[in-house]
Structure formats: structure tokens, C-alpha cells
Write a protein that binds this ligand. Sequence first.
Ligand SMILES: Nc1ncnc2c1ncn2[C@@H]1O[C@H](COP(=O)(O)OP(=O)(O)O)[C@@H](O)[C@H]1O
Ligand SMILES: [Mg+2]
Length: 387
Amino acid sequence: MILPFEPLAMTFHNLNYFVDMPAEMSAQGIPETRLQLLSNVSGVFTPGVLTALVGSSGAGKTTLMDVLSGRKTGGYIEGDIKISGYPKVQETFARISGYVEQNDIHSPQVTVEESLWFSSSLRLPKEISKDQKIEFVEEVMRLVELDTLRNAIVGLPGSSGLSTEQRKRLTIAVELVANPSIIFMDEPTSGLDARAAAIVMRTVRNTVDTGRTVVCTIHQPSIDIFEAFDELLLLKRGGRVIYGGKLGVRSQILIDYFQSIDGIPSIPDGYNPATWMLEVTNPAVEQRTDRDFADIYQNSEQYREVEGSITRLSVPPPDSQPLKFSSIYSQDQLSQFLICLKKQTLVYWRSPRYNLVRLVFTMVCALIYGSVFWDVGNQRQVILAYN
Ligand SMILES: Nc1ncnc2c1ncn2[C@@H]1O[C@H](COP(=O)(O)OP(=O)(O)O)[C@@H](O)[C@H]1O
Ligand SMILES: [Mg+2]
């Protein structure tokens, strides 16, 4: 890629996250004052490796990504988060990370290329020349296969413009043009059919192959999607880890791990390992067989291996420096204002009907007020004389 970036590994160790007990739950007679949403979660995200964050709905996948990326403003966070061996500092981390939210938000009136141009102008450092930015946007468009749609208007979801899958690729591209080293994606394939999900996964894979660190939460992945991942972090309710580490070719390492646990049936031939692992670890099975997969994991060889890599990656590489930037934001306030102004002007320019309605509305209001106060003058006596 034309713009260099620093490959960065992220490690987190014994991460706990609590929130104040919601009032509804206290009302039900739960005595604790805090609700724990993540419990001793540890793991490693390395450059060029695609990590899947899997778990049933409500397991805490989004919570974990939000805590790691520093998006949680409330609650209490405990534990170590390190970037390339140095403790994470939110101001610098924000400059090197991207977050693809589950729900995409785009300006409907602008084109694909303009959306990317807007994001890159705001988020790339000042030192990068305009030509380089243009070339970089071009490169990102090719990477997510949106170059043929560069002049397409984004439009409103479900009614006009880009399809759900193209919109998702645009969301990924908007983050990519900021040239982040670490990217989080929250359920990028949810709500897509198999073909569309495969296209999105291909672009995610392209992104990882540029050497970035990518973490994706996924929900009910198909076998093809699941096998595109290199590593897995499997969570269960209450934010506890059941499995962390490599998946292996055809998920063999994962399958071997679970099959080695006493009483777990072998995976049927050709069965989707993602579905299988969720089935054999679901809470009903835990209750029936009276065991806790999180405890089993904590005592496993697999867990010690992950701990080993956390220890190894928790020391900064020799001759390295912690991340440092001369300013908090890549652009100064005046440039930010001008970039936003330019985009907003474009949005208004492309909305003639909205502008016409505003104009007519203002004129009608002016006529109503004008006729009510016609010839009243501005002397108090004159107004009084009316009564
Ligand atoms: N601010 C909060 N206060 C109380 N409970 C929360 C809060 N945020 C999330 N939760 C709960 O934490 C659990 C995990 O949520 P989430 O991370 O969104 O799950 P998912 O794995 O589906 O992304 C859910 O049971 C949710 O209700
Ligand atoms: Mg979620």
C-alpha cells in the first residue's frame, strides 16, 4: 500500500468490566451493586491475523470490542490492555484504530468516492499530500471492490442507492482510508445472504492480507465464512472465555480441543464446526453434564499457550517507542470546519426539493407575520392604539 502503517499487536489480560446494576434488576431482588459483563478475558490480536469473536447473542462480544477500543464511557474496567507491549493510551490508540459498527451510518446524498474522500481528509495526517491521499483512496476502493461504484450515490438503506452488502463494504472502506493498524468490525456479515456475506468476507480477508490486525464479531457463520478466520475467541454468557487461540486447517485445532473433553460427541462428517462448537457448549449441555466450559478452558494447555503469547507480546520490541503524535487530531480545527462545510454544502446542493421546501416555508412564514403586523410601526403608542 502507498501509505505505510505500523503493524501493531494488541494484548489484553484478565480484563473485567462491570456496570452499575440496572434499576430493573435491583428491583427483582438482586443484591449486588455491580453487574459483571466481562470476566477475566485474555487474548492476543496479532498483525495479519483475522480473529473471530464468537458467542451466543448477549454473550458480551460487542461489550468486549467496545472496552478494547475505548468506546465505553461508563462502567468500570479492570485489567491490562497493551499495544505492542506498551500500555494502551486512548488518545494515541484512537489515531491507529478503526471501528466498523454493526449499523452503518452514511450521508445518503454523496457518492462512494466523496464519502471516502471526506473520511480520509479528516483522518489522515496533515503531512500527507493531496495526491497521496487521492491515490490511497483509489487503492482502498480497489481493495474493497468499490472502484466500479465510485460515482454511485450512497442513498437510503432499503430504498435507493447501494445494497446492504455494498453499504457494509463502504463502511469498511471509510475506516480503511484512515489507514488504521487495528480494525474492529461488529458483525459485518449479519443480515446478509450467503453470497453477499462471502463478498464482504473477501474484502475483510484482503484487508488482513495487507498486514493489519483485524477482529470481527460474527454470529452464526457459515462453514465458508468460519474457515476464512485464523483465530477464535469464543465467549459465553457473562463474558467468559470458552476457547481462545488458533483454529487450524479446517478448524482442526478447535475440533480436537473440544473432542478431547470427556463426553463431547465427535463432530459429524461435513458438519459446520462453528455450529457444532456452539451446540456442544450451550448452557443446557453445561447444566445437564454439570460442568463449566470456562473452567475447563482455564485449566487447559490451550489456555497456557495463549498466556504464553500474551507474556511474550507484553514486552515492547527492542528499539521501539510508544506511539506518539504531535497533536490529538490529525487536522486542526479550521481544516475540520472547512472539510465539514464542504461536505455539508454538497449535501444541500444535492437536495433541491428539501431546499425548495425550506425556501417556500420561510416565505409563507414571512407573509403570515408580515400581514399580521402590517403597518403597526414600532412605537409603543401605536400598538396600544390598536386595542
Ligand atoms: N450498559 C449496560 N448495562 C447493563 N447491561 C448491559 C449493558 N451493556 C450490555 N449489557 C448486557 O451485557 C450483555 C452483553 O451484551 P453485548 O455485548 O451487546 O452482547 P453481544 O454478544 O450480543 O454483542 C447483554 O446481556 C446485555 O444486556
Ligand atoms: Mg453485539
